[in-house]
Design a protein around this ligand. Sequence first.
Ligand code: FAD
Ligand code: SF4
Length: 327
Amino acid sequence: MKMPPFRVLSPKSLDEALHMSRDLSDSGEAFDWIAGGTDLLPNYKWHINVKSHVISLSSIPELRELSGNHIGAMVSINDLAEDAVTHPVLAKAANSVASVLIRKSGTVGGNICLDTRCYWVNQSETWRESIDWCYKCDCGTGADCRVIPNQNTLCVATYQADLAPVLMCLGATIHLASPSGTRSLPLCEFFELDGMTRNVLESGELVTHITIPEDSAEWSGDYQKLRQRDSWDFPEAGVAVLWKGVSSSGPANLRVATTGLESIPSLHLEEAEEALSRWRGAETIEDLAESIRKAVKPVQNTWFSPSYRRKMVKVLTKRACRDLLVS
Ligand SMILES: Cc1cc2nc3c(=O)[nH]c(=O)nc-3n(C[C@H](O)[C@H](O)[C@H](O)COP(=O)(O)OP(=O)(O)OC[C@H]3O[C@@H](n4cnc5c(N)ncnc54)[C@H](O)[C@@H]3O)c2cc1C
Ligand code: SF4
């Protein structure tokens, strides 16, 4: 597979990056941000939605800051996994991303903005041409989606990144910058239920950093992941459960979030509230796990079948709650 040609721009500061993005937009040129390139470059090699320009974020020092409550977009996943300041459940999720080589190049920003995946599109161009393409990369043919047929307005490719569910349970805020200014929003409002647009980023806008509330050290929990090969595969299902303030009547707070099951990661507020409102220990965890199984709606576009992934969501939720019963 030959990499198609594109031009790389390498700004040395955030201001310069935003100027470059404005210049490209003004001249009608399409571009992608590139961080570690571990997701974008394989997609480019497969000729999936290649742009004429990429703006590299690798030489911008202000995007690399890491502390207990501040994670720069260009912090590598490996540094996040290994740094003592990282919340232990977030470190566990980071450690489960791909392989150590990919974690050393891959970044937090790239992981949060990871392109959605589907076995009808993450294939070579020749393979995709042989099936007459699909809506996400239709090469001007107006092809339909292969998963939800007879329509070419919605892509349901799956979001398969590991960090988001833990960050959502910790109550993280995501910070964005564009040539017209900055804005911040809860991470759970960042994602959009469409495998093409994926998130609320406007053209020319990028993620600068993520902040985690001051009370993060009070939260305990676990992240559990289903994947084909433990050595490096994407999550076929991932469940984060975090809790704080545990007493004999159960936890005071409980949050559950999932990934690898739909076009976006999801925070399951109602299911967690319901569990808290009638806490009966192991019985409640069983009910909670069942309600999460019912809430997720995987489709047939990753390695394992939707029914198996849903069954495993229940198992993963119960596993993630194990320490809750002994705390
Ligand atoms: C074999 C293999 C296995 C993998 N397994 C896993 C896995 O188990 N779990 C998992 O979570 N991921 C997995 N990945 C996916 C990926 O490598 C990682 O998620 C990685 O974190 C992506 O980061 P990156 O910096 O390389 O992103 P890039 O490839 O540089 O970018 C990814 C996307 O994010 C956008 N982007 C990057 N940074 C920003 C920013 N600051 N603001 C706005 N947009 C931005 C890019 O434009 C691009 O669309 C795997 C990849 C491979 C190749
Ligand atoms: S969900 Fe449909 S449109 Fe999206 S990548 Fe898969 S087949 Fe293509």
